[in-house]
Write a protein that binds this ligand. Structure first.
Ligand code: UGA
Length: 445
C-alpha cells in the first residue's frame, strides 16, 4: 500500500519506519526541515533503540521517503496522523492546531475526482469527539476520504517493538456501517502481518477508541501516583515502599508493573494527557468523574518539590554555591526526551535557587547543552561527581544503577546520595560510607 505519516516526531517517524518495514511504500511529511533532512538520510533525530537501523534499511530500499512537500501525499491510500497535541500554554486543554493543520493538508491534497476512497487513520492522542469532528469536515469537503481512529500505545525506548508487536490494536470506526467496514478492511490490509500473528484487534466507535487511549494513560499515571502516595506514608512510618510494592504486586489483580515510587512521571504524554482529559471532561459537564486526576497530578508534582526540599534539608536552606551532581536529565532512561522531565525540573529548580548544579545524561546531554547553554552539562559521570556535596540519581540509566559506591566515593566532596528512582541498594551504599536517601524508604522527602 502507499502510505503517508503526517508528523515525524517520536510517534510519526517510528510509525513511518515500521510501516515501511512491513513492506509498504511510505512517505513521511513534516514541516520541520532539519528533521526531514536527517530522516531522509536514514538518521534518527532522537534517541530510540532500533530506529536508526530500521530507517537506514528502508530508506536504502527506496520504500521510505521524507519530505516537507505536502503534494507528495496526494496518491496515498492511507494517511496516518501522528502530530503532537501538546498542552496549551497556561491551560490544561490540548493544543489541536497541528491536528487541524494535518487534516487540512490531507483535504487540500486529495484529488476531488478520486475514485477509490483514501483513509485518514488518526494516531495522535486527542480529546474525545475529535474523530467525529474530522469526519464532519471531510463530509463537508465532498472528498472521497474515510476516517478511522487508531490510537497508539507505544512507549519511548520500546517504540519499534511496541509498533511492530503491539499488545492490542484498537480501531474507532464510523457509525456508518458501510464506511466503517471499508475503513476496517483498509487498515487490516495495512496491518496484515501484525494481525496474522494473532494480535488482538478491538473494534469500537470513535469516542470509545479515543477514550481507550486517555483512560490507559490515566490509569498508568494513577498507579504511579498511588505508589508515590504510599511512599509518603512509608517515609512517615519507617516502612519501605519497594517492599510494599513488591508485596501488593504479587496479587495479579494489582500487578507489579508501574509501581516504582520515585520522583514521579514526566514526558510528553502522561502529564499532559491527564490534564487534557480533565479539561475535556469539564467541557462535557462530567468534570467530577475525573477530580481524582487532580490529586494524581498533585501527588506527582509534590515528588519534585520533595526532592528539592530534601536537598535543602541536607545542605541548609541557602542553596547558593552548594555543588549538586544530577545524574539524569531525560524523563526516563533509554530516551533523550526532556519534555516535562522530573529530573530536569528538579535540577532547574535547584539551579534557579543558586545551587551549583552539574548535570550528566548519557543521551540527553547533547540536546540539553544546545537548549540550555547556561547550564553546566558534562560528558562523564566522573566530571559530574567531582567535588559534589550531594549526588542525585534522577533518571535510572543502567550506568547509574551499576555505579560502584566504593569507587565513586573518592570523587565526591561529601558522600550523600539521593536515589530519586529507588534503584540503588541502600545497604551497599550505606556500608560504603554514603549517607543514602531513597524515596519512601524511611527517609522523609
Ligand atoms: C506512556 C505510556 O506508557 C504508553 O503506553 C503511551 O503510548 C505513551 O505514554 C503515549 O501516550 O504516547 P512514555 O511516555 O514513553 O509512555 O513513558 P512511560 O514508560 O509510561 O513512563 C512515563 C513516566 O512515568 C516516566 O517519567 C517514568 O519514569 C515514570 N514511571 C513509570 C514511574 O515513575 N514509575 C513507574 O513505575 C513507571
Amino acid at each position: 500500500m502507499k502510505i503517508s505519516t503526517i508528523g515525524c516526531g517520536y510517534l510519526g517517524a517510528v510509525h513511518a519506519a515500521c510501516m515501511a518495514e512491513l513492506g509498504h511504500e511510505v512517505v513521511g511529511l513534516d514541516v520541520d526541515e532539519r528533521k526531514v533532512e536527517l530522516l531522509a538520510r536514514g538518521e534518527a533525530p532522537f534517541h530510540e533503540a532500533g530506529l536508526p537501523e530500521l530507517l537506514r534499511r528502508n530508506v536504502d530500499a527506496g520504500r521510505l521517503t521524507f519530505t516537507t512537500d505536502p503534494s507528495a501525499i496526494a496518491d496515498c491510500d492511507i494517511h496516518f496522523i501522528g502530530v503532537g497535541t501538546p498542552q496549551m500554554q497556561g491551560r490544561y486543554a490540548a493544543d489541536m492546531s497541528q491536528v487541524d493543520a494535518a487534516v487540512q493538508t490531507i483535504l487540500d491534497n486529495t484529488d476531488p475526482n478520486r475514485e477509490e476512497p483514501a483513509l485518514i487513520a488518526g494516531k495522535s492522542t486527542v480529546p474525545v469527539g475529535t474523530a467525529e469532528a474530522i469526519a464532519g469536515k471531510v463530509a463537508e469537503s465532498g472528498k472521497n476520504l474515510l476516517v478511522l481512529w487508531n490510537p497508539e500505545f507505544l512507549r519511548e525506548g520500546f517504540a519499534v517493538k511496541d509498533t511492530l508487536e503491539p499488545d492490542r490494536i484498537v480501531y474507532g470506526l464510523s457509525e456508518d456501517v458501510a464506511e466503517g467496514e471499508k475503513a476496517r478492511e483498509m487498515l487490516d490490509e495495512c496491518y496484515r502481518e501484525i494481525l496474522d500473528r494473532g494480535t488482538p484487534r478491538l473494534l469500537a466507535n470513535y469516542p470509545t477508541a479515543e477514550l481507550v487511549k486517555v483512560a490507559a494513560n490515566s490509569f498508568l499515571a494513577t498507579k504511579i501516583s498511588f505508589i508515590n502516595a504510599m511512599a509518603e506514608l512509608c517515609d512517615a512510618t519507617g516502612a519501605d515502599v519497594t517492599k510494599l510494592a513488591e508485596a501488593i504486586g504479587h496479587d495479579d489483580r494489582i500487578g507489579k508493573k508501574f509501581l516504582r515510587a520515585g520522583i514521579g512521571f514526566g514526558g510528553g504524554c502522561l502529564p499532559k494527557d491527564i490534564r487534557a482529559f480533565m479539561a475535556r471532561a469539564g467541557e462535557l459537564g462530567v468534570d467530577q468523574a475525573l477530580t481524582f486526576l487532580r490529586e494524581v497530578d498533585a501527588i506527582n508534582t509534590r515528588r519534585r518539590v520533595g526532592a528539592v526540599d530534601l536537598v535543602t534539608d541536607l545542605v541548609g536552606p541557602r542553596l547558593v554555591g552548594h555543588r549538586v551532581a544530577v545524574l539524569g536529565a531525560a524523563f526516563k532512561p533509554d530516551s533523550d526526551d526532556l519534555r516535562d522531565s522530573p529530573a530536569l525540573d528538579i535540577a532547574l529548580t535547584l539551579w534557579s535557587r543558586g545551587a551549583d548544579v552539574v548535570i550528566h545524561d548519557p543521551q540527553a546531554g547533547g540536546k540539553l547543552k544546545e537548549q540550555r547553554p547556561d547550564l553546566e552539562v558534562v560528558d562523564t559521570i566522573e566530571e559530574a561527581l567531582s567535588g559534589a556535596e550531594v549526588t542525585m540519581l534522577l533518571t535510572e540509566w543502567k550506568q547509574f544503577r551499576e555505579l560502584d559506591p566504593a569507587a565513586v566515593k573518592s570523587i565526591v566532596k561529601t558522600p550523600v546520595i539521593v536515589d530519586g528512582r529507588n534503584v540503588l541498594d541502600p545497604r551497599a551504599w550505606s556500608e560504603a560510607g554514603w549517607d543514602y536517601h531513597g524515596i519512601g524508604r524511611g527517609v522523609s522527602i
